[in-house]
Design a protein around this ligand. Structure first.
Ligand code: ZN
Length: 116
């Protein structure tokens, strides 16, 4: 990741750590939330259940994102961060700043999306 300066790497690392902290806070909120089933009728219960499913789905997204963040932080430590995993091209700082967990350059990313 020679194309990134120490300051830039530090800035991206700060972004990743901050993002991770926010996600972990969200986790705590959902887990701490009391279940409001008591006293409700069937419909309330169904609503509560549906809401819970939505939150759990979000948690799943969170979890995947957290993995990506951890992975990116690891790559910073290993010195492989900011390099496209397919073509090894350096990923521009601006792109990383917009999406710190990006592991592909724009060209490879677009190609991947087309093939999906
Ligand atoms: Zn690439």
């Amino acid at each position: 990741m020679k194309h990134l300066s120490q300051e830039e790497i530090l800035e991206l690392k700060t972004l990743l750590v901050k993002w991770k902290t926010e996600l972990l806070e969200d986790f705590k909120e959902v887990v701490d939330e009391p279940l409001s089933y008591e006293g409700g009728d069937e419909i309330d219960r169904a609503d509560a259940e549906a809401g819970r499913i939505v939150r759990l789905k979000n948690l799943d997204k969170h979890r995947k994102l957290l993995k990506k963040i951890d992975y990116s932080l690891q790559k910073i430590d290993y010195g492989t961060y900011g390099i496209c995993e397919i073509c090894q091209a350096p990923i521009p700082f601006e792109r990383l700043k917009a999406r710190p967990v990006a592991n592909l350059c724009i060209e490879c990313k677009e190609e991947q999306e087309e093939n999906e």
